[in-house]
Write a protein that binds this ligand. Sequence first.
Ligand code: ARG
Ligand code: ZN
Length: 413
Amino acid sequence: MKVLVLFGLVAFALAEVTRFEGEKVLRLKPVLDEHVTLIRELADSIELDFWSPDSAELVTIDIDVDIHVPAAFLELASTRLQQSDMEVEVLIEDLQSSIDAQTGPTPRTHSYTKYNSWPRVQSWIDAISTSNSQLISKQSIGSTYEGRPMTLLKLGKKSSTTKPAIFLDCGIHAREWISPAFCQWFVKEALSTYGSDSQMTSLLDQMDVYVLPVFNIDGYDYTHKSNRMWRKTRSRNSGTSCLGTDPNRNWNAGWCTTGASKNPCSDTYCGSRFESEIEVKNVADFIRRNKSNIKAYLTIHSYSQLVLFPYSYTYQLAAHHSELLKVAQGAASALRSLYGTRYTSGPGAATIYPAAGGSDDWAYDLGVKYSFTFELRDTGRYGFLLPESQIKPTCMETMLAVKYIAAYVQKNL
Ligand code: ARG
Ligand code: ZN
């Protein structure tokens, strides 16, 4: 009896869910130095959850600053903001209602037009990788911090020799749910259009595409079960109860020099050293092992509608800047041709903000010339809570951009 009660309590504690009743997402428009200072001060004194840019250090004049203000701090934040003359817009009135509205009732099966939980994605990976053995296979590249297997899908016509390849990952950041949805869509489209779409056929004949459907699996699972707004990994940090490292600040590319935090409680914590995160180490090891074949590295995030390329850790232009800009712009116009969705392209540091330790810069410096970060829909109306009705159009237009880059890489092998 006692054991049962205890078990129930433990289960209850484990099942604890963070709720966001009455919490708002605000868009601040700093146009003066005082505004920037105020935002930084607020961030120091209260717990602000930065949606865009990723942290207080990245706030500058003339950029939109989207922040989620936890209920406990809403009063204080509103008072301080009203005292200033900065323009403030309410993007989301009640975060919990928006979260509830984003997904319908939990689907019973995997669906390409829904946000699938990790167990659903995992069984989808197992099913799809055995469905068409001429075109797809899976391999493990290691486990996550919490022990979940990281499975990489390899798409491409079987060949006796090693083919040049493209590496595509999704879900580096846990709360950017549209990203894993895109990787799943990409795999489905690749398999179902091979043989009928001439570009996809020639791509998979000549090249392999490695797809990592969810990079930060522990974080992704946590956003489904406990805290929808989680961004980082779920690893322990010494000397604090704050968990996780930003897996896009943990790479050996100007590691932790700019746009990243040394505070383990921050959402942009760079980690105790580069590759401290096992997920980052696993992917970096795989790309290093295969670096002579990997010709392009594509990583999918949200939101902001951007096609970014190196560098983000410095304002210096990449050696292949003009070519990368041309390819990014080509990808953005291919994307726009479908529904008119506008994307901005450019090097990370100058286009959004300097932020070191990212996977795109690391891959580029390793020698993978065509290295791009996508920030998918939208521009802030829903932010991370993009409705499921937008999964299909977002994925369809993004396919055009990714296929544009793939075709370019293929032509320039
Ligand atoms: N919002 C993304 C992030 O902060 C942008 C990544 C751009 N690349 C970079 N190396 N910072 O992770
Ligand atoms: Zn991201």
